[in-house]
Design a protein around this ligand. Structure first.
Ligand code: ATP
Length: 307
């Protein structure tokens, strides 16, 4: 019988999409994507210790509604554990605690980060030594964004987003991240995309200019090439987000855009100091939103402490 390790904490990052090209909906209901993922320094942590039974608890930052995170078998951590255990023919066991800082239903793939953290943590806790290839395949079964949460950095995603290829990224990019208290459902935004763009091309738009901008390290060049096909439907469903983007750009951000399917908005800035200035200006309104500063690229799901 395998010995279990004493316990560990795995940290997994939020993502933003520097480019989100969406093609026409396929017969299986999925949309082909060509996206450029970028992992930023906003993290969920997952701690796991050995226990005879199975338990998942969730703590959230004060800007997150705890009721928005399912605690039962619908939690993606639970699903990740079931999948990994079945893959190896072992029983689930352990006491897990997820500490969420990534907004829920915010377009930053917080659930996917938790799934990736669970795969990494349980692989260690249960001493499974799953190959990278198998971990990525299991991740893809859990959700389109989960493989990227394992890989991190900056990477192109194709297929449904689950086929991930790292790209050269020579910058440290600074972002202001503005959260929205109310989530936006990803499927709803895709449905609205289909209504707005019934003639969308089968092949999603490419990201060549953006990849060259990443390689250059120049934030002005990157700002000019950021692209999100889900922005139009997200702004149509949530006009308040268009006002937010206009405000951030008026305060000096190089470019604001919706993160993924929204409603989180992200603003590219020139430097850390510039990002803090823009964040301060966005906080000065009468109903200040939750505003964070983060940089990228950062690593994918990784162990930060061994118990
Ligand atoms: P994406 O950008 O990948 O579409 P998102 O950031 O918009 O994702 P998530 O925070 O990943 O959205 O959550 C989407 C839904 O998944 C939530 O509304 C919630 O009901 C469910 N969910 C399941 N497990 C989790 C989890 N561990 N954390 C957050 N949400 C979870």
């Amino acid at each position: 019988m395998r010995n279990s390790v004493a316990g560990l904490t795995v940290r997994a990052p939020a993502k933003i999409n520097l480019h989100l090209g969406v093609g026409a909906v396929r017969e299986d209901g999925m949309h082909p994507l060509l996206t450029v993922y970028h992992a930023v320094g906003l993290y969920d942590d997952l701690s796991a210790i050995p226990a005879p039974d199975w338990r998942v608890g969730v703590d959230v930052e004060d800007y997150i509604d705890p009721a928005a995170v399912p605690l039962d078998g619908d939690n993606i951590v639970d699903r990740a554990a079931t999948l990994l255990a079945a893959h190896h023919g072992v029983a689930r066991s352990g006491d897990l605690q997820v500490t969420k800082a990534i907004p829920v239903a915010g377009g930053m793939a917080g659930g996917s980060a938790d799934a990736a953290a669970a795969l990494v943590a349980l692989d260690r806790l249960w001493r499974l030594e799953t190959s990278d290839e198998d971990l990525l395949a299991l991740a893809a079964r859990l959700g389109s964004d989960v493989p990227f949460a394992l890989v991190g950095g900056t990477a192109v995603g194709t297929g449904r987003g689950e086929i991930v290829t790292p790209v050269a990224d020579h910058g440290t990019w600074w972002w202001v991240v503005v959260l929205s208290p109310e989530g936006l459902s990803t499927p709803e935004v895709y449905r609205h995309f289909d209504r707005l763009f019934p003639d969308a091309p089968a092949t999603p738009p490419a990201a060549g200019e953006l990849l060259a901008a990443l390689d250059s390290g120049d934030p002005h060049r990157l700002a000019a090439t950021l692209h999100n096909d889900l922005q139009a439907p997200a702004l149509d469903l949530r006009p308040d987000l268009a006002r937010r983007i206009a405000t951030g750009e008026a305060e000096g951000a190089l470019r604001g855009l919706v993160s993924g399917s929204g409603p989180t908005c992200v603003f590219l800035c020139e430097s850390g100091d510039h990002a803090r200035e823009v964040a301060g200006a966005l906080l000065a309104g009468s109903e200040p939103p939750v505003v964070l500063v983060a940089n990228g690229p950062v690593a994918g799901a990784h162990v930060v402490t061994h118990g």
